[in-house]
Design a protein around this ligand. Structure first.
Ligand code: RB5
Length: 143
């Protein structure tokens, strides 16, 4: 079965979003926009990702803005989202193993496309370790 990921960006992440869809063709992408380089507001796209995760349309997602920071801040307002801004593969591996991150955030003005491809591949292929991390992750989802 194809892995399904939601993907969303603002104008700063539009090109990398298109590159990722092209690079990872075996993924079933739920593209939540934006759809061009025209200026948009990143909180609107974090809200779309939150809706997709909270609504059960997807279990995982990728968000891309210029730095990755604005979308991380906005997406993590949901208790169902654990969005991790990663700038290297070690962060991508550890956030899956320890935080069970369900959303990867990338900064397209910080991380080049080739590095982003490696980060995405690592994020997609690393499992949560469980064990001592379970109770910690559960605490993140509480009011
Ligand atoms: C847009 O110019 C930029 O502010 C946005 O992509 C992001 O970096 C915000 O955190």
């Amino acid at each position: 079965m194809k892995k399904k990921y939601a993907i969303a960006c603002d104008h700063g992440g539009y090109d990398l979003k298109e590159d990722l869809k092209e690079k990872f063709r075996s993924i079933e992408w739920l593209d939540l926009g934006c759809d061009s380089r025209d200026s948009v507001d990143y909180p609107d796209y974090a809200a779309k990702m939150i809706k997709a995760i909270e609504g059960g349309m997807v279990e995982r997602g990728i968000l891309i803005c210029g730095t990755g920071i604005g979308l991380s801040i906005a997406a993590n307002r949901s208790l169902k989202v654990r969005a991790a801004l990663c700038t290297n593969v070690t962060m991508a591996r550890l956030t899956r193993q320890h935080n069970d991150a369900n959303v990867l955030t990338l900064g397209a003005r910080i991380t080049g496309a080739e590095a982003a491809f490696d980060i995405v591949e690592t994020f997609m292929n690393t499992e949560f370790e469980g064990g001592r991390h379970i109770a910690r992750v559960e605490k993140l989802g509480k009011e």
